[in-house]
Ligand binder design. Structure first.
Ligand code: NAP
Length: 243
């Protein structure tokens, strides 16, 4: 039987590319979206043209009940879930002193609580099948911190801590947990930057370009195929940071 994967936030950007990469490699993909219904169904159509079927499920994964509904769909249809990609995320660009409790809740719930809840709800199924692969999409800012993105940096640092701790707890159950920490990737998330600002950033990157979503998706594929990597935060950033 094919491997089964849930990809959160697969309607756009990095998640969309991950969903495509996995589906094109004989993995059965359940692609989650929250608001971008049109984009999600365009992805389904694009893959249908290649004779590849994927499931599209709407759920706000920052809410436990909706995350549970997404997972129940997958278990009822396929009985098992081999792979979880916790990709859904939002950025927040503000002075720290202007951040509100609402900002905190929105960023933490979307970027960190969603990964907690999705993992917690799926792990019993993975333990039952004695295998699993969880990949969290973190960020360079969770490692080195970003000015004007303090909440975002906290949420991604939390993801990194969760990845390492959970890898230790779940290793004996043959469940691997890793994170990918991208640098700057060419998606809507960076629409907040002007062309000049993006050019300036690219000049700081040794490989002299922003990453593409495909650069991240390739690493996801590799992590799934691998058997002995766990608890790692893999930086993919064109050499922007080498910590
Ligand atoms: P994006 O283009 O803005 O896409 C974000 C995706 O997350 C969308 O598919 C969106 O779905 C989904 N999403 C947001 N909130 C959600 C929720 N509550 N429930 C379900 N899905 C939700 O951003 P991206 O660049 O692809 O980012 C993907 C991940 O990579 C994020 O975790 C981000 O922090 C991380 N990352 C990105 C960069 C970068 O430079 N782009 C760098 C480092 C890390 P809908 O549109 O359907 O709501």
């Amino acid at each position: 039987m094919n491997k089964i994967a849930i990809v959160t936030g697969a309607s756009r950007g990095i998640g969309r590319e991950i969903a495509k990469q996995l589906a094109r490699n004989q993995i059965k993909v359940i692609a989650n979206y929250n608001c971008s219904e049109k984009e999600a169904y365009e992805l389904k159509k694009e893959l249908q043209k290649e004779n590849i079927q994927i499931d599209i499920i709407q759920a706000d994964v920052s809410k436990r009940e909706e995350a549970k509904r997404l997972i129940q769909f997958a278990i009822e249809k396929y009985k098992k879930i081999d792979i979880l990609i916790n990709n859904a995320g939002i950025s927040e660009y503000k002075m720290f002193t202007d951040e509100t409790d609402e900002d905190w809740n929105r960023v933490m719930n979307t970027n960190l609580y969603s990964a907690f809840v999705m993992s917690q709800e799926i792990i019993p199924n993975m333990i039952h099948h004695k295998k699993g692969c969880i990949i969290n999409i973190s960020s360079i800012w969770g490692i080195i911190g970003a000015s004007l993105e303090v909440l975002y940096s906290i949420s991604k640092a939390g993801i990194n801590g969760m990845t390492k701790a959970l890898a230790k707890e779940l290793g004996p159950c043959n469940i691997r947990v890793n994170a990918i920490a991208p640098g700057i990737i060419n998606t809507n998330m960076n629409d907040k930057f002007s062309k000049e600002e993006l050019k300036q950033i690219e000049e700081e990157i040794p490989l002299e370009r922003m990453g593409e979503a495909e650069d991240i998706a390739k690493c996801v594929k590799w992590l799934i195929e691998d058997n002995y990597t766990t608890g790692q935060i893999i930086s993919i950033n064109g050499g922007w940071s080498m910590t």
